[in-house]
Design a protein around this ligand. Structure first.
Ligand code: GRF
Length: 205
């Protein structure tokens, strides 16, 4: 079997995208292995879901640190201790600072519930309905210092239907999120492990 990219998933809440990644990574052909689920919120329902799925899960509680820099230093140390190669943000509600993002450049992915570059930020489904767009969707992208603006890896489109409210639209988009996030992680992990083997950092086994 080829080496699999060690991946940590960061969450803050319910963790349905995290579950989709964990399920996909059960396949021996999947290029990433989910080694840890980490939440900045100790009460995140996704932590219990990850443990039930047999994945190590823990909280790095933002409130336990004197500020953002100290929190991010703890997060970074935890990722390094886990020998993480890829970090997937999956409903992680903190904006990471430019130095943190720079340190993990090309290795942090995020899923965003809109067709970026349209609708960066929060409340995307309500805003899509207000815009009156015919299509909405989701985007997996690399995380850069600018919020929701990094290079796009994958997108999926859904129609906005007559009578949609934000909840109905969110559910339609979420189904697509669960499809494209695992596919995008698989593609990134595959190219990363190929580069590692090519450059002698890993031996294929
Ligand atoms: C998803 O809609 C994701 O796109 C956004 O936050 C939501 C998280 O949902 N970033 P879940 O925790 O993965 O269920």
């Amino acid at each position: 079997m080829s080496p699999r990219a060690r991946t940590v998933v960061l969450i803050s809440g319910r963790g349905s995208n995290m579950s989709a990644l964990v399920e996909a990574a059960r396949s021996p052909d999947f290029a990433a292995e989910i080694v840890l689920v980490l939440s900045d919120e100790p009460g995140a329902p996704g932590l219990a879901i990850a443990r039930e799925a047999g994945v190590a899960a823990e909280a790095t509680d933002f409130r336990a640190y004197p500020g953002k820099a100290a929190f991010e230093a703890a997060l970074d140390a935890r990722l390094r201790a886990e020998r993480a190669e890829i970090v997937c943000l999956a409903g992680f509600m903190r904006v990471l600072s430019p130095p943190f993002v720079e340190r993990w450049k090309g290795r942090i992915l995020n899923i965003h519930p809109s067709l970026l570059p349209n609708l960066r930020g929060l409340n995307t489904h309500e805003r899509a309905l207000r815009q009156g767009v015919a299509e909405h969707g989701c985007t997996v992208h690399f995380v850069t210092a600018e919020l929701d603006a990094g290079p796009i890896i994958a997108q999926a489109r859904v129609p906005v239907l007559t009578g949609d409210d934000a909840e109905a639209l969110a559910a339609r988009v979420l189904r697509e999120e669960h499809r494209i996030y695992p596919a995008a992680l698989n593609a990134v992990a595959r190219s990363l492990t190929a580069a590692n083997v090519r450059e002698g950092r890993l031996n294929p086994s």
